[in-house]
Design a protein around this ligand. Structure first.
Ligand SMILES: NC(=O)c1ccc[n+]([C@@H]2O[C@H](COP(=O)([O-])OP(=O)(O)OC[C@H]3O[C@@H](n4cnc5c(N)ncnc54)[C@H](OP(=O)(O)O)[C@@H]3O)[C@@H](O)[C@H]2O)c1
Length: 324
């Protein structure tokens, strides 16, 4: 079957096409015929040490498709079921997926829309719900609102009854995000947004803040936080892995600062996150209250062009490849 491996050359990642044997599901796994798969920035950001590609390995982290076969002990899904989920090696015609990493595809989503859901939405769920414990009526601040995770976070925040403030370097992207429910858009590159967040919240600040940008945004997120605010460190698109901490503010406001990374998660932790996402956010997709925003769909043969497009930062939301 056709597949891609991810390699690293001179500190830069690349996708390499490879013809490989169709994989076989083991106990607890399913063989999935991939219809569409999405690009995720974390996989191609070679600068994050826990993501470094030491040996070429199967590329892609999530997809949507049909169950072709199930391994021993899988009862939640059967051959023919339409699913979405996380699986290493999803840039391929077939992929093996742990059944605990899959959810039924809502009927109203196309294959491309469904492929855009798993990684970014489970991440948004972990940051906003599982650890951030956002409540209706609170304020969610999304630094990097136009990113794949950011757009879903904006919609999830609205779905959960919060006021949502988003940061982007692009006024045009923020304007488009109003259709996804963004209440307040602030144009900023890195930091420099805290005064505007405080003004937009009557001086109270944001209850939950997501840092998808990195070190350049962190000091302003601390300043923007409400008393007892929760700040999630999720990514570093700015390539800045360090930031200063104003300990007095963290201490005084009793802030909680936590990381959300997939790198060291155990299988039970991943399964718990997927179950929580399916329980708390997936119904929003099924009801049409959360709709994946796809910027562009590339043919499977043009995965390298899709990667270059993601790295250009022109996109709003997700970039997807259509596989079959
Ligand atoms: N579980 C996890 O830990 C997890 C899962 C998924 C993603 N992530 C991380 O979350 C981050 C976002 O991932 P994604 O796939 O959603 O990314 P993405 O869609 O590729 O995000 C791209 C956006 O980031 C913004 N950006 C890029 N460079 C920037 C800079 N120097 N300063 C400020 N903004 C910049 C741009 O938005 P504007 O043009 O609007 O400014 C760009 O459109 C990544 O760092 C990724 O590693 C973590």
């Amino acid at each position: 079957m056709k597949s891609y491996y991810i390699t690293s050359v001179n500190g830069k990642t690349a996708f390499e096409p490879r013809e490989v044997a169709k994989p076989q599901p083991r106990a607890g796994e399913m063989l999935v015929r991939v219809r569409a798969a999405s690009l995720n920035r974390g996989e191609i950001l070679a600068s994050i040490s826990l993501h470094q590609v030491h040996e070429p390995h199967p590329a892609g982290g999530d997809c949507a498709g049909e169950v072709e076969a199930v391994g021993e002990g899988v009862t939640a899904f059967k051959p023919g079921d339409a699913i979405l989920g996380r699986a290493r090696g999803s840039f391929a015609e077939y992929v093996v997926m742990g059944a605990a990493q899959a959810a039924a595809k809502p009927e109203r989503l196309s294959w491309e829309q469904a492929a855009a859901v798993p990684i970014v939405s489970v991440t948004a769920y972990e940051a906003i719900c599982q650890y951030g414990k956002l409540k209706a009526g609170e304020t969610l601040l999304v630094a990097g609102a136009a990113s794949g995770v950011g757009v879903i976070a904006v919609q999830a925040g609205k779905y959960l009854g919060a006021k949502v403030i988003g940061i982007s370097r692009s006024a045009a992207k923020l304007e488009k995000l109003k259709a996804s429910g963004l209440d307040v858009g602030i144009v900023a590159s890195g930091g420099g947004f805290a005064d505007q967040v405080l003004a937009a919240t009557g001086g109270k600040g944001a209850d939950v803040a997501l840092n998808l940008i990195g070190g350049s945004a962190f000091p302003d997120l601390v300043r923007s936080a409400a008393n007892q605010g929760r700040i999630a460190i999720i990514g570093y698109v700015d390539d800045r892995h360090h930031a200063e901490i104003d300990l007095e503010t963290v201490h005084g406001k009793r802030l909680q600062i936590f990381g959300v990374s997939n790198a060291l998660m155990t299988a039970p932790q991943r399964a718990e996150a997927m179950r929580g996402f399916a329980r708390d956010l997936l119904p929003g997709f099924a009801e049409g209250r959360i709709t994946p925003v796809i910027d562009r769909v590339f043919p499977f043969a043009e995965l390298a062009a899709a990667k270059a497009y993601v790295e250009s930062n022109a996109q709003l939301g997700k970039v997807v490849v259509s596989v079959a």
